[in-house]
Design a protein around this ligand. Sequence first.
Ligand code: PGA
Length: 257
Amino acid sequence: MTKRAKIVAGNWKMHLDHAAGVALAEAIVSGSDAQNTTVVMCTPAIHLKAVSEITHKKSGYYTGAQNCYHEPKGAFTGELSLEMLASVGTTHVIIGHSERRSYFGETSELLAQKVNAVLAAGLTPIYCCGESLDIRNAGSHIEYVGGQLKAELFHLSAEDIAKVVIAYEPIWAIGTGVTATPAQAQDTHEALRGVIAEAYGADVADGISILYGGSVKPDNAATLFACPDVDGGLVGGASLKADLFLPIIAAMEAQQA
Ligand code: PGA
């Protein structure tokens, strides 16, 4: 089987002022020594330059944005292009987080354009997908999330989809303290990998990192990361404190020891 990249990404959302963001990034980079894990801190845009100066000092550590606009430039007040994000050292961009879908009305069509723009700029999309509790309870989560992949990613060539990091984030587990069980995460990741394999073949599907997101904490990270199809985590609340994020990085490192 292909050795997939193991990734622990933090999504700071709209938290931390500049001094607190820089201090956190410094604490994460100096407090961990990830040899086999890619660590990404997805910060508010105003911290990207300072945080990327910190992450660039150590191999395996990267800085990500939480959103972008797909047009290269122009009269789009308040938006940021990929060229701008890359110019301050950003290497990853979260696309399609459920908060962007629900609060900012981001559609599948727009998300497909954003994924294209991130890839065209040579950056890595951390593409988020996931179902609501109603869909999970109805048992149609694989069909629903598979549909998101088809509508938003499957226009890509095999070469391009191989560069996407997928984050499966069940909406009912985000910020709620309710985590998907390791079995729920594993079953869903395995099924999504199957959906990718049907479209692109097993080799491509085996190479794509699928992260789990939704109330990942130090005390559940190890069991989640032990699942064969869970290649890391996209961590919200627990990425805001070094004493919570560092043990999550360590849990992924220990998995590969
Ligand atoms: P959470 O957020 O870890 O606070 O549940 C995860 C996310 O929204 O990416």
